[in-house]
Design a binder for this molecule. Structure first.
Ligand SMILES: [Zn+2]
Length: 700
């Protein structure tokens, strides 16, 4: 675990003693063995500066030696400092550039280890995924600052656009000018400072936009900072992603450092992908009351004096929350109400813990005990990743975060911004693309045609095509957990009627059988003026005859309005121009298919959507045929992938609509499981209808 520091410099400073004992993941461990390294913390060394400079040895050259001072300065090995120590000693923040001008202070204590990873010889890649305004960019600039002073080599800074690039170019130049330690490396030649490059006397900083391949060519650098990565373009021609291109500039350096930093966007964003590849560290802080180490979670923020998770309805006004500072953090161990004033202390004694992935499990495990000790020796990976939320920021209080939550929570787009910028978490779009294998993994041992015992009703969805009908039959529990009971394709109306009117489905482990409670068939096309008039007419005719009792449904191209997924409408004439009037009209459900698909997709994600044992590849292909994509207007919308058939997915949507509370109360109106003992049993209405059918004969 210990790393020999560089050789004691003869010319400049003695190595700074790591005075406070071992620091987690930090560079130097003076105390030695790995076991004791674990679980302790060291407050950042505040008083070490004096020791360091006090120990400086007299340069050999000063006594009339071989070299001039200038030569010695050029040949001096790097000062043996960590980035965080170096920043406190040498980095100056200018007025107007920082909330706290003056010398840099490591008060966002969580940045200490991140910065020090830069001087860890084993670390090659540092990924920083965090909330806004929480010192992540300043931490990276401290690394550059260190590089200029201690370990000069070419550096490349990549930004998503020209505008952001100019801003950053200015900011870095200001940083260099503001600290005497870096300002001394400016050449004084005006030509050495351009928008593409800052040429210092010992190294060059290159600036490039991620969109331009010419910016990234012909540069060889040891340091790369990829900033705001999630705003980058997807790729440049056939040359791979801008990230790969930038990283390729470093291949000739064995000791390269690649730093990614960004607030997250979605799980498919560059930064979330990079973070997932890293060792995924989270910051654990001790409770000021019981010393229990925990990761701060927004869901443990509460109103002072109230129960966790029960924020009073009349106290959610964001202005009130901000002004009165009513938010507190509840300790997960002792339940104490932690105040903003305790945060500084908590951060100071916090520790970064990498995630352990347990084989075959998706849940994150952190090898840290309540007392902050770590039972498992920490691995030393070459790619470290850090993630934290605004709750950790010394510049934010709990009430600001809570107020922001109440401001955004009812608007999905704003809420996503809150999750990204404040919680520092990637947005999980439940409607992500799925693989057929993921769908097949939802299969249970239950054979088809068998209804799970917990079922209260069966619904059917039918997708009507020119060559036949795709049907799914689904069993529902009261909480909208559902189980596929039967699915397939039939060619004729008679077969369809057999499935939904005559066949009954046995309840698991009993002699009870269930009929279909509700069924829905699409009337063809999303627009009534589609070319499929004859098909629509067929469905109308069927619905008014043998299919009576089945609902017609139509996907609505527009939103239904009022946040509703569906609305009942009445059709009074047959389709087409001059269509025959329909006496008494025909009831039809207009369905906002996008919302209904979101709902079903969320249930799949939540593990509330089950399949029978006999589901095949065709079903899985239909279910995965659509995915949510950003359309030309920049909105997320459902789109069919590669013109794949999606019939059973549509049928599932109709079956789900029939069970939905918005559909005349859905399964919620059923007081008790709809069950009947009789072998050919069907609810009274359908019995009556069957009788009528038999009396009328098959006229249609
Ligand atoms: Zn506690």
């Amino acid at each position: 675990m210990t790393f020999p520091g560089r050789q004691l410099s003869l010319f400049r400073h003695a190595p700074v003693a790591d005075d406070g004992g071992p620091r987690r993941g930090g560079r130097v461990s003076s105390a030695g063995d790995a076991a004791s390294d674990v679980g302790r913390y060291a407050p950042p060394a505040a008083g070490a500066a004096a020791d360091a400079s006090g120990l400086a040895l007299a340069p050999l050259g000063a006594g009339g030696g071989l070299w001039s001072e200038r030569e010695m300065a050029a040949w001096a090995p790097p000062e043996n400092l960590t980035v965080s120590r170096h920043a406190e000693l040498h980095r100056m923040l200018a007025h107007g550039q920082s909330a706290a001008p003056g010398p840099w202070r490591n008060t966002p204590y969580y940045t200490v280890e991140i910065m020090d990873a830069f001087t860890d010889p084993l670390v090659e890649k540092i990924t920083i995924m965090a909330s806004v305004q929480s010192s992540k960019t300043e931490s990276v600039y401290n690394m550059l600052h260190y590089a200029i002073c201690q370990d000069p080599a070419g550096a490349l800074i990549v930004m998503p656009t020209l505008i952001t690039l100019r801003r950053v170019n200015k900011r870095i130049l200001t940083m260099i000018k503001d600290s005497p330690a870096t300002a001394s490396h400016l050449t004084g030649n005006l030509d050495d400072i351009t928008r593409q490059q800052i040429q210092l006397d010992n190294m060059s900083l290159y600036f490039a936009t991620a969109g331009s391949s010419s910016d990234l060519r012909n540069i060889e650098v040891r340091y790369v900072h990829l900033d705001e990565t999630d705003e980058y373009e997807a790729g440049i021609g056939d040359q791979g992603s801008p990230i790969e291109m930038a990283e390729a500039r470093t291949t000739t350096f064995w000791n390269r450092k690649i730093i990614h930093s960004c607030t997250p966007t979605t799980e498919d964003g560059y930064i979330a992908i990079e973070y997932n590849r890293s060792d995924r560290r989270k910051y654990f802080v001790p409770c000021p009351y019981c010393r229990g180490y925990q990761q701060l979670s927004f869901w443990r923020v509460k109103h002072a004096g109230c129960e966790l998770g029960k924020w009073p309805k009349d106290k959610r006004d964001p202005d009130y929350i901000r002004q009165q500072r009513v938010a507190r953090y509840e300790c997960e161990y002792c339940g104490a109400e932690i105040d903003d004033r305790d945060k500084r202390w908590m951060l100071r004694f916090g520790t970064w813990v990498p995630e352990l992935r347990v084989e075959g499990s998706d849940t994150a495990v952190y090898p840290i005990e309540r007392d902050g000790s770590c039972p498992i020796p920490r691995p030393r990976p070459s790619h470290v990743g850090y993630n934290w939320s605004a709750l950790y920021s010394p510049w934010r209080n709990f009430s600001e975060v809570a107020a922001k939550f109440f401001e955004t929570k009812d608007d999905p787009e704003k809420y996503q911004t809150f999750v990204n910028l404040w919680l520092g978490e990637p947005w999980k779009d439940v409607a992500r693309k799925r693989e057929t294998a993921e769908i097949l993994a939802l299969k249970t041992d239950r054979p088809q045609l068998i209804v799970p015992a917990s079922t209260i009703a069966l619904t059917a969805g039918i997708d009507n095509q020119a060559d036949g009908k795709w049907i799914v039959i689904r069993a529902w529990e009261r909480d909208l957990t559902s189980h596929l009971v039967r699915n397939g394709f039939v060619e004729t109306w008679e077969e369809l009627e057999q499935w939904i009117f005559h066949d009954v489905y046995p309840l698991e482990d009993s002699d009870i059988v269930l009929p279909i409670w509700r069924a829905a068939i699409d009337i063809g096309g999303t627009r009534l003026e589609d070319e499929d008039e004859t098909m629509t007419e067929q469905v109308y005719t069927w619905l008014r005859g043998p299919g009576r009792g089945v609902f017609g449904v139509r996907g609505s191209p527009k939103q239904i309005g009022g946040g509703k997924k569906m609305r009942l409408s009445v059709i009074d004439k047959m389709p087409g121009k001059g269509g025959k009037p329909i006496p008494g009209g025909l009831k039809l459900w207009l369905i906002d298919t996008a919302m209904m698909k979101n709902a079903v997709s969320a249930r799949i994600e939540a593990g509330k959507f089950h399949l029978h044992a006999d589901v095949d590849q065709t079903y899985a292909r239909h279910i995965t045929a659509e995915a949510k994509e950003r359309n030309r207007q920049g909105k997320m919308a459902w789109a069919v992938q590669n013109r794949r058939p999606n019939h059973q997915w549509d049928a599932e949507i109709y079956a789900a609509a029939m069970a939905d509370p918005e559909c005349l109360g859905g399964v919620f109106v059923l007081p008790d499981p709809v069950r009947t003992q009789s072998a050919g049993g069907a609810p009274a209405a359908q019995n009556r209808q069957q009788k009528q059918q038999q009396q009328r004969g098959r006229r249609w």
